[in-house]
Write a protein that binds this ligand. Structure first.
Ligand code: BT5
Length: 277
């Protein structure tokens, strides 16, 4: 007697989605300095997984990727929404070397500059919104959250967490957004293989990491800064609000802002939000 059911064209095993799993992703990322990959079809937060992995000894370059996140997070306890099948949610383990250790706030812009370059290569008008967003046509296409793993007062490692909206179905409902959002496919007007994009992004990130402390990196970042020479408002929890014009970034990664009085202030990457004035 024959098999009673039509054979599916693609067999989806538990823990895999549309043919993607840890082995397949590892082979798609071959050649990059990534010692080990963990792929999940769903997870709370890839950053949590990567932070725990650091405590368990994850080496520099280890990578966590998930198709969906159920408690993805942004800064200040905000939520980052990763819906299945249409987004990238990735966390990269960094074990900073001695020189990088002095410049930890640069890891978020490192990811932003790398992603900007890759999306710009597709022909999109991409900007980096200080300190941690990537915008296309002034809409948010990606958010970045860099976190540290501590052992007492000793830094064990950093996690660069990056969420990118690839398909239109990645977008959260508008009432859950503080800022207009978009996706790569909506902007491109054609489908995009998110794992090819991931490969190109990570490749660019590793290249820029080599130049992280050079003037070339700051120039690239500053050149593509959103709201450059435009009036903005900087808000921070429980602290002064600044209105001013964006002048650029300084070598520590601080935003250079010109106040209406003409005075230039440098605002540290911290719990601050930049909004168009
Ligand atoms: C961020 O925070 O933009 C950082 C997001 C980092 C997400 C990655 S995904 C992989 C890794 N694992 C994690 O758990 N997190 C990282 P923030 O600047 O605070 O912006 C958060 C705000 O973005 C929310 O309050 C929403 O308004 C908006 N938002 C949430 N999901 C979004 C989405 N998919 N697309 C666009 N905007 C979104």
């Amino acid at each position: 007697m024959g098999w009673p059911f039509k054979r599916p064209s693609r067999i989806i095993l538990s823990g895999t989605i549309a043919g993607m799993d840890t082995a397949e992703l590892t082979s798609r990322l071959a050649g990059l300095p990534i010692p080990s990959v963990r792929y999940f079809s769903t997870i709370g937060s890839t950053n949590d997984e990567a932070l725990n992995w650091i405590s368990a000894g994850a080496a520099d370059g280890c990578l966590v990727v998930s198709d969906e996140q159920t408690s993805g997070r942004g800064r200040l306890n905000r939520k980052w929404i990763t819906l299945p099948g249409a987004a990238l949610a990735v966390s990269l383990v960094i074990r900073p070397d001695a020189a990088e250790m002095e410049h930890l706030p640069l890891f978020s812009p490192l990811a932003a500059v790398a992603l900007r370059q890759v999306l710009a290569g597709l022909g999109l008008p991409v900007e980096v919104k200080w300190p941690n967003d990537v915008l296309v046509g002034r809409k948010k296409i990606s958010g970045i959250l860099t976190e540290a793993a501590w052992d007492g007062d000793r830094l064990q490692g950093m996690v660069i967490g990056v969420g990118v909206n690839i398909g239109a179905s990645a977008l959260p409902p508008a009432d859950q957004l503080l800022f207009p959002a978009t996706s790569v496919e909506q902007e491109l007007g054609r489908p995009m293989d998110r794992f090819n994009l991931l490969r190109d992004f990570l490749s660019a990130l590793f290249d820029w990491r080599e130049k992280l402390l050079t003037p070339q990196f700051f120039h690239e970042w500053e050149r593509h800064l959103a709201f450059l020479q435009e009036p903005v408002r900087i808000e921070s929890a429980g602290q002064a609000v600044y209105n001013g014009v964006v002048l650029g970034v300084d070598p520590a990664g601080n935003l250079r802002l010109q106040l209406p009085s003409g005075e230039e202030v440098h605002i540290a990457v911290g719990d601050v939000r930049l909004r168009p004035a």
